[in-house]
Design a binder for this molecule. Sequence first.
Ligand code: NAG
Ligand code: NAG
Ligand code: NAG
Ligand code: NAG
Ligand code: NAG
Length: 362
Amino acid sequence: MASSLRIPLLLFLILGLPTFYSASDGDVAEWLSWNVRKYRGRAALQAQAVVDWKLRRAEAKRVVKRVSQDGTGDYTSISAALDSIPLFNIGRVVLSIGPGIYREKIQVPVSLPFVTFLGDPANPPTITGNDTASVLGRGGKPLKTFQSATVAISARYFIAANIKFENTAPHEVGFVGGQAVALRISGTKAAFYNCSFIGAQDTLYDHKGLHYFNNCFIQGSVDFIFGYGRSLYENCYLNSVAKKVASLTAQKRTNASLESGFSFKNSTVSGSGLVYLGRAWGDYSRVVFSYSFMDNIVLPQGWSDWGDQRRDSRVFYGEYKCSGPGANTTGRVPWARTLTDEEAEPFLGTYFVDGDTWIVSP
Ligand SMILES: *[C@@H]1O[C@H](CO)[C@@H](O)[C@H](O)[C@H]1NC(C)=O
Ligand SMILES: *[C@@H]1O[C@H](CO)[C@@H](O)[C@H](O)[C@H]1NC(C)=O
Ligand SMILES: *[C@@H]1O[C@H](CO)[C@@H](O)[C@H](O)[C@H]1NC(C)=O
Ligand SMILES: *[C@@H]1O[C@H](CO)[C@@H](O)[C@H](O)[C@H]1NC(C)=O
Ligand SMILES: *[C@@H]1O[C@H](CO)[C@@H](O)[C@H](O)[C@H]1NC(C)=O
């Protein structure tokens, strides 16, 4: 392993690339060209990338536990199966989850890395709940958005495939405390394949870390993909159930040197209401849509600074080769960007989330 690492390290030193950016406040143009240079340098190393050793060890020690509501598996609930995993396990534990509706509030803590939820693509299980931010938890205090999640993942190296994550709390416009998260992902290096995320306000809390979503269906009304993760969404379907004006995303990059942002590639935006592609939760919010189809629900302005004009020069909202009636950039806010080939490139592959070292098939 030592020798396979030596070459990239050497290349890296020769190229002398900065690994982290700290520019003057809000100089987006400068950051953009730095980002392209960084991409080029790193791309040269990509061919050599290897899955990190902890993950390789975990995949080599893979075990499968069956969860089935009819009693034919090892466990009848997902929580019971999780409870059986030793703390700080070092091997991949696949929970093969049979069909059915699982009404469970699930947390995968930091102490349980390398867990996979695997459903059957022909009959995916649903994990459902209906907690909201204003529901009272233990001690009589409101749960808040963070604890409203039906499923909350804090562990590293989580994978889900063919699972439906749901929060059925209804969204009433104007009701305070109605945030109702279906899934919160706070652990880094997490991947989701063929999953559905169904909710209304704040469905998918893409809280923090590196994340990859492939072929997922994400439904909600307001800010339904939000947080400060660095995430690539490929081949996904964003279904708005908004009744009025809303925003699909609320990305919370708060600081010019944080590498956080959402990149949507080859995805579809459709549904009801009138939507912004994103609104700036953080001052340096960053979202890119590429090769995506946008239906006529997208507002011509495209993006919102959430009423704070200081953000106009700080956010990074880009579009690249999108199609459909909602992709017409004529009416866009002047601070939205149509990216050049060169500018778009760093957002278009698993490179964006350093995926070559941690994305493995489920
Ligand atoms: C995703 O769904 C497709 C179609 O059902 C299936 O062929 C594929 O194996 C699924 N992917 C995973 C990772 O299970
Ligand atoms: C949540 O679901 C439970 C169980 O189905 C139900 O009793 C409760 O009324 C629901 N709460 C809300 C706010 O919809
Ligand atoms: C784009 O996404 C669609 C829908 O998920 C998928 O069928 C298609 O293969 C994807 N195309 C590419 C080039 O990845
Ligand atoms: C930005 O975030 C980084 C990482 O958390 C931190 O080290 C840095 O001090 C922050 N900079 C500002 C201007 O807040
Ligand atoms: C984009 O929108 C503008 C203004 O509504 C319109 O004039 C133009 O024809 C549209 N372009 C396309 C390609 O539809």
